[in-house]
Structure formats: structure tokens, C-alpha cells
Design a protein around this ligand. Structure first.
Ligand code: DC
Length: 230
């Protein structure tokens, strides 16, 4: 398969829990590109907010968050054991903690704060300057990299997504209810799609991938075929 000789930018957006990061990571591995999970950055800021009582019962203390914003340092570092870029928050590897359901349940209002988005979007844009990057999120093809050579918009049926996330969390030993996860996924989509700041939208030139009934290998093959035609 012929792959692009010059490095490109690949933007992957879409609904919650439909496997964006999994496929993005695999594409990056195949192309020897950098993979960036932008959601991890919003999750890390949310963890900071939870730890510092900036979010309580789902309500963000916006003034307090803005007062703290310069103290929130979020960055990626290569984990030599897994060869993955783990997310760090102020000198601490928080890769595992940001996946807890409590963070998922609080991330939407934090991600809706304009100052948080400005901070993270500017970091993300810098990461793409050299190209050769696959980034997934909600506003990557619309705001972060509107000039990306390839934009995908991923989705899957809510029940399929909830089951996958339930299996993933229970495999990690978390005690969670399927209903709670389903509600969280649907709620986050609604929140992401209706917020004022960079709402989740399919970019006009994005290609839709509904992976409800596709295996990982099928998805990867589908995307790699598209990349080969760029
Ligand atoms: O991809 P994820 O589910 O880990 O993302 C967590 C949350 O962060 C998601 O509910 C919406 C928000 N997010 C965002 O607003 N913009 C992005 N580029 C990535 C994530």
C-alpha cells in the first residue's frame, strides 16, 4: 500500500466512547506518527479541578478556575514501558486516574470553559507544527487543525458504545453500572454538541466512520485505504 511520502495531519473527531483513541493510536503506529489524545488533556484539567474543589456537584467555579489556570501544567511524556505518550499533570503521571468514571462525569462542564479551551487548543496547535500527527477529540478538524489533510468523524450506536466502555472499565476492576455509563455517554455527547465554545460538529470535509458493527481491524483497513489515496 502506498502511503503519503510527506507527513500529514490526521484529525479524528466524534462521539464519546466510540474508539477514536484506539484507532488513532493504531494509525499513528502504522505511519510512525505522533498520537495525541486531546481528551486526556481535558480530563487532566478536570482532575486538577476535582482535587482543588474547583468543581463541586458538577458546577464549575469559573472565577476560581481562571485564577488557577496558570498553575495547571498539562503535557505528554513517553512511557518507556508501554511506548505510549502518557498524560502528566504538574509533575505527576495521571494516565490511569483520568479514566475514572468520576472524571468522565465532571469533564463536560470543565471542557466548556473558554479559558480552558484556549489554553489546550494552543498547546495542541503547537504539537501539530511539524505535522506527522494523529490527534483525536471533538474540535480537532474544526478548530485545532482546520487545514488537516484527513478528517474523520467517528460514531457508533449509544448502546454499542456503552457496552464497550462497560467491558473496558469492569476489565480494569472498576465497579460500574451499565446504565450509569450509558447515561454518561449520552449526556456528554449532548453537552459537547450544545456548548457555546467549539461544540462537537462534523467538519464539512470530514469522512464519517460508523463503527457500530466493525472490528478494529476492519476500521484500520478502511482508514489506511483512505490514507493511501491521499
Ligand atoms: O475523548 P474523551 O472522552 O476522553 O474526552 C473527554 C471529554 O473532553 C469529552 O467529554 C469532551 C471533552 N473534549 C473536548 O471538549 N474537546 C476535545 N478536543 C477533546 C475532548
Amino acid at each position: 500500500m502506498e502511503l503519503p511520502l510527506t507527513k500529514i495531519v490526521i484529525a479524528i473527531d466524534g462521539h464519546s466512547s466510540c474508539g477514536k483513541s484506539t484507532i488513532a493510536r493504531e494509525i499513528a503506529r502504522k505511519l510512525n506518527y505522533i498520537f495525541i489524545d486531546s481528551g486526556a488533556m481535558y480530563r487532566a484539567v478536570t482532575l486538577y479541578c476535582l482535587r482543588n474543589q474547583i468543581i463541586n456537584s458538577g458546577i464549575v467555579d469559573r472565577d476560581k478556575l481562571i485564577a488557577h489556570i496558570d498553575s495547571i501544567k498539562v503535557y505528554f511524556r513517553l512511557n518507556p514501558q508501554t511506548q505510549h505518550n502518557d498524560i502528566w499533570l504538574n509533575g505527576e503521571n495521571v494516565e490511569d486516574e483520568i479514566r475514572l468514571l468520576e472524571v468522565s462525569q465532571n469533564v463536560s462542564p470543565v471542557a466548556a470553559v473558554a479559558e480552558v479551551r484556549h489554553l489546550l487548543v494552543s498547546l495542541q496547535k503547537q504539537m501539530g507544527l511539524q505535522k506527522g500527527i494523529v490527534m483525536d477529540g471533538r474540535d480537532i478538524g474544526t478548530v485545532v487543525f482546520p487545514e488537516a489533510e484527513l478528517k474523520l468523524f467517528m460514531t457508533a450506536q449509544p448502546d454499542v458504545r456503552a457496552q464497550r466502555r462497560f467491558d473496558e472499565l469492569t476489565a480494569k476492576g472498576e465497579t460500574v453500572s451499565y446504565e450509569e455509563i450509558r447515561e454518561n455517554i449520552i449526556g456528554r455527547d449532548r453537552y459537547d454538541e450544545t456548548r457555546d465554545e467549539s461544540p462537537l460538529r462534523k467538519a464539512a470535509d470530514a469522512i464519517v466512520l460508523d463503527n457500530s458493527y466493525m472490528t478494529r481491524d476492519e476500521q484500520l483497513e478502511w482508514v489506511m485505504n483512505i490514507i493511501a489515496r491521499i
